[in-house]
Design a protein around this ligand. Structure first.
Ligand SMILES: [Zn+2]
Length: 439
């Protein structure tokens, strides 16, 4: 999740980020301690007698940017013993885990929204980290846009649905706080950690805070749903690339921190009527970036009234309404001058038209790709033209690792479960709430 300033990124975006952070911090409460969320939760239980409890607690762990390769490497190098044993990933020949399908584009905000609402991208309209709403660019990587995010999914998150039934939820994710029974606050500490790129501190705080809540709360009154969003793996993959040893070092740290949480779940439910299930998955994978492509000058040279959005590994164009179909087709072909582009996909009244330089299929996994792209274009916010790059190319210019594209590395993510039946292979991550009985 890239809402931080970028290494070597433009000064303007850094300035904008810092300003928005300062403004955000000015209106937010100060420091939140490890016990803060736990106390808020208990206070909510004390003050709202209508709240009900079910005999099952679901802990949904979203490890942002955990690609299947990052997890495989961790398992192969024996660096994730807690995950391996808690989710029973060991086999005679080594290890095994299931995969799930993220939504396209393989970016944080579309997928976070799909996971928490159970809706496809076409229904919630968060079609990128940066999207156009009524012609205006909204960038969800900026915390000030999170209010728009809340408005787009009003009453549709799992938190709202649980609240409507007087059931409880707790969230350790900065976006989507609305309607949770208690949630982690954007604090001055967290703000400073963002600026200093101390993602490990933010994750550590979230895990410890949840552990505290579960330890100090009677298991029978645990939240029905807990959402734990961990951001360090993604941050390090962006900075150093997903294959870098620092990503593995961090995964090992995360694994040992999760161990104490898993122990609490096990020990507190041992002599209790409360059951629990745990899902651990990711919002998208990641790819090593070799170089960056900027099509803004090419687009501006062709026509400056076209709206271009460059969003990590995808870019989109929205034409003025006066554009004819043949002019749009001409544009879709013209852009392929940029050798780092793999394809352009044009929305027409009759469906999608794909333009490529060669006859070769876009991917070896067409079954994975096309339903996701078709869903993307069904969104009311969908652009006219989608630009897809070759492997190892992005539109940002700031990262060693990135995502957003259509490759299996980005769209297929690990899915670890405990306490529920193994879902079907390649289940959509947006269907997980349904499988958990949390629709
Ligand atoms: Zn992400």
């Amino acid at each position: 999740m890239n809402h931080r300033f970028r290494k070597g990124g433009s000064q303007a975006s850094l300035f904008f980020f810092l300003m928005s952070l300062l403004i955000a911090l000015a209106v937010l409460p100060a420091c939140q301690t490890t016990g803060g969320v736990g106390r808020d939760y208990q206070e909510a239980l004390g003050s709202n007698r209508k709240l009900e409890h079910q005999k099952i607690t679901t802990v949904f762990v979203l490890v942002d940017g955990l690609s299947k390769d990052i997890l495989s490497t961790g398992l192969r190098k024996k660096r994730v013993p807690s995950l391996r044993s808690f989710f029973s990933l060991g086999t005679e020949s080594g290890f095994k885990f299931q995969l799930a399908r993220a939504a396209f584009p393989s970016l944080t905000y579309p997928n976070l929204t799909s996971i928490l609402t159970g809706l496809p991208v076409s229904k919630h309209g968060v079609i990128g980290n940066r999207i156009l709403i009524d012609g205006d660019l909204v960038n969800f990587e900026n915390v000030l846009s999170w209010r728009t995010l809340d408005q787009l999914v009003e009453d549709q998150t799992v938190f709202s649905r649980l609240r409507a039934k007087n059931l409880t939820s707790v969230s350790y994710s900065y976006p989507f706080p609305t309607d949770t029974t208690a949630h982690v606050e954007k604090s001055v500490d967290a703000g400073l950690h963002y600026i200093e790129e101390r993602y490990d501190e933010i994750d550590r705080h979230s895990i410890e805070s949840l552990d505290y809540l579960l330890t100090r709360t009677e298991a029978e009154t645990w939240p029905r749903f807990v959402f734990l969003h961990l951001i360090g793996v993604d941050a390090l993959s962006h900075s150093f690339g997903p294959d870098d040893s620092r990503v593995q070092d961090y995964l090992e740290t995360l694994d040992s921190r999760l161990q104490s949480l898993f122990s609490t779940l096990e020990s507190k439910t041992e002599d209790s009527s409360q059951a629990y299930n745990v899902v651990l998955t990711s919002d998208h994978g990641s790819q090593k970036i070799e170089r960056s492509l900027d099509v803004s000058s090419l687009v501006t040279r062709l026509d400056r009234t076209i709206q271009l959005v460059q969003d990590n590994r995808i870019a989109t164009l929205t034409f003025p309404t006066s554009y004819s179909l043949s002019a749009k087709r001409g544009f879709a072909r013209e852009l392929l001058q940029a050798k780092d582009l793999k394809a352009t996909i044009l929305k027409t009244q009759d469906g999608l038209e794909t333009f490529t330089r060669t006859e070769a299929p876009l991917t070896g996994n067409e079954d994975l790709l096309w339903p996701a792209i078709e869903d993307y274009f069904r969104s009311p916010n969908a652009p006219d033209l989608l630009l897809l790059t070759n492997d190892g190319i992005d539109f940002s210019g700031d990262y060693v690792g990135n995502h957003g594209g259509f490759t299996s590395d980005e769209l297929l993510v690990p899915l670890l479960v405990r306490g529920i039946q193994a879902p079907p292979e390649n289940v959509k991550t947006s269907d997980l709430l349904k499988l958990l009985g949390l629709e």
